[in-house]
Ligand binder design. Structure first.
Ligand SMILES: NC(=O)c1ccc[n+]([C@@H]2O[C@H](COP(=O)([O-])OP(=O)(O)OC[C@H]3O[C@@H](n4cnc5c(N)ncnc54)[C@H](O)[C@@H]3O)[C@@H](O)[C@H]2O)c1
Length: 272
């Protein structure tokens, strides 16, 4: 019998009800892991339970609340007895709301709502999981974005929130060594249920309402429109004990080559 890369590992992920998080749940189970999910949507929690039964612990809650993060860790330990990996993944986007086109009151309220989910949510998840991860000498992984490295993948709210996750990865990797490995993965555009802040009137708007598959394909040097499943391999690698002993503080740019896009080509030659 062959063992998966995550055989018997216990993993807690936030926002595992759809999109990238759900793809991670599916693949991690194939690799032998046992999963717990902290997810805001009741419907998505119900769907996880319908689909996976007792194999997945679905905790309905909000990542911006310390008590909900603590409840998710407690439920994981109660069911599986340990925690090997925490994945901070739940986030919201800003549909590219720009500085000039967004009024100051909306920027202020949008900042509070978006940073609460994208940055405070990761911090509080890490805080809730840290003691168990020190015990198991496990790992943390944070879902970043191309917006953790480059402008233009969102507006100033999303881009600065995703840049902040780079600081979190570095600081936590520093603080939690030698017991816990802490890493990040920055995917690029894909078709998911990613929404925006209520404060910007975007709670019902999905990412692909503002982006087309063709546009995403065109801007990526590797020239394909990714699906969430295209990004899960690096998560498996970073979570795996036997395949990742040495990586900590590492941020994998899983963005189909955006970093080598280089100087923009214009008709007739290079623009310099
Ligand atoms: N979709 C993209 O194009 C894209 C690109 C780069 C990075 N990402 C990142 O991928 C990650 C996953 O997003 P996705 O695209 O799969 O979107 P998604 O909306 O499909 O998944 C995010 C999940 O998080 C949940 N969630 C949102 N706010 C929450 C909260 N406060 N508490 C608990 N759960 C909450 C949502 O209900 C949803 O199920 C995010 O970190 C996002 O920034 C997405």
């Amino acid at each position: 019998m062959t063992c998966g890369w995550l055989q018997d590992q216990v993993v807690l992920i936030t926002g595992g009800g759809s999109g990238l998080g759900l793809a991670i749940v599916e693949r991690f189970m194939q690799e032998g892991a046992r999963l717990a999910v902290l997810e805001r949507s009741f419907e998505k929690c119900e769907s996880l339970v319908r689909r996976f039964g007792d194999a997945v612990v679905a905790v309905q809650g909000n990542v911006i609340l310390p008590e909900d993060n603590a409840r998710a860790v407690d439920a994981t330990i109660a069911r599986f007895g340990r925690l090997d990996c925490f994945i901070g993944n739940a986030a919201i986007w800003d549909h590219g709301a720009s500085l000039m086109d967004t009024d100051a009151a909306s920027l202020a309220a949008g900042f509070d709502e978006l940073f609460a989910v994208n940055v405070k949510g990761y911090l509080l998840g890490a805080k809730a999981a840290a003691t168990e991860l020190v015990k198991s000498e496990g790992s943390m992984i944070f879902t970043m974005s191309n917006s953790s490295f480059y402008p233009g993948g969102g507006g100033p709210l999303y881009t600065s929130s995703k840049h902040a996750t780079a600081g979190l990865v570095r600081q936590l990797a520093y603080e939690l060594a030698p017991k816990v490995r802490v890493n990040g993965i920055g995917p690029c555009g894909m078709n998911t249920d990613l929404r925006g802040p209520q404060a910007l009137g975007q709670a019902g708007r999905r990412i692909m309402d503002s982006r087309s598959p063709e546009a995403i394909k065109t801007i990526l040097p590797l020239q394909f429109f990714p699906s969430p499943e295209d990004f899960v391999g690096p998560f498996v690698l970073l979570a795996s004990r036997q395949n990742n002993r040495a990586l900590s503080g590492v941020m994998i740019q899983a963005d189909a080559g955006l970093g080598i896009r280089g100087i923009r080509h214009v008709a007739g030659g290079l623009s310099l």
